[in-house]
Ligand binder design. Structure first.
Ligand code: PEP
Length: 229
């Protein structure tokens, strides 16, 4: 299983250092085949040691240049970062990232060989119309994306399940992941209110290769409970 923790705009450099100490202590008991990723805020990026991969939540598709407030590939290279989240619904919705821009970012970091966790997910009004509409919606989020790229994973994150405490049902996850598996042979993570009380059920689904976790990853002890469940 893959366990990815997205801190979003939480944690500072100092609290990330404490977090990693605690995480590393607990990871001694993790199953060898399991893989852990953490995505702290950019200000907390540094060289950390441990049995996990450090990635970034975002970067701009530029080597370096004039994009005020953004970081590009040169800044990530300094820290040997080569893992990135792309397409998160918060960036699509709050920051108006269009599919065209998201795919530009995907292709830019693909060219540099980055490992990409590519997020897709439907809003509630689409889910309420039924499974066929969901798949149609998700397919549009693959426009411009090379689904044969060998260094990417899909994170299926229904928007209505993110940070709401309401995870998708097992049936919804199975139906959606099975369809996604027909489109791509890359690993598929589920994200959306994964927590201690549902990790066993969600991780036991065959087509779930891992989880992308927001809220329940913010505390190292909680995240470890998911990883070591
Ligand atoms: C996320 O934002 O990627 C996420 C899955 O958040 P949460 O676990 O808090 O629903």
């Amino acid at each position: 299983m893959i366990y990815a923790g997205n801190f979003k705009t939480n944690h500072t450099r100092s609290s990330t250092i404490d977090y990693i100490k605690e995480l590393n202590f607990g990871l001694k008991d993790k199953k060898e085949e399991d893989k852990v990723y953490i995505f702290p805020p950019l200000t907390a990026i540094d060289f950390y040691r441990g049995d996990f991969t450090l990635g970034v939540q975002n970067a701009y598709p530029i080597e370096s240049g004039a994009v005020t407030g953004e970081v590009g590939a040169a800044q990530l290279e300094e820290f040997k970062i080569n893992t990135i989240l792309i397409g998160h619904s918060e960036r699509r919705e709050l920051l108006n990232e269009t599919q065209e821009f998201v795919s530009k970012k995907f292709n830019f970091f693909k060219k540099r060989g980055f490992e990409i966790i590519y997020c897709i997910g439907e809003p509630l009004e689409i889910r309420e119309k039924g499974q066929d509409g969901v798949i149609e919606y998700l397919k549009k989020q693959f426009m411009g994306i090379d689904i044969d790229y060998s260094n990417f994973m899909i994170a299926y994150e229904p928007i209505w399940a993110i940070g709401t405490g309401r995870s998708a049902t097992v049936e919804e996850i199975i139906a959606t992941h099975n369809k996604l598996k027909e489109l791509s042979n890359r690993p598929i993570l589920y994200g959306g209110s994964v927590k201690e009380t549902n990790i066993a059920e969600i991780s036991s689904i065959d087509s779930v290769d891992g989880v992308l976790v927001g809220g329940a990853s913010l505390n190292a002890d909680n995240f470890l409970k998911l990883i070591l469940h």
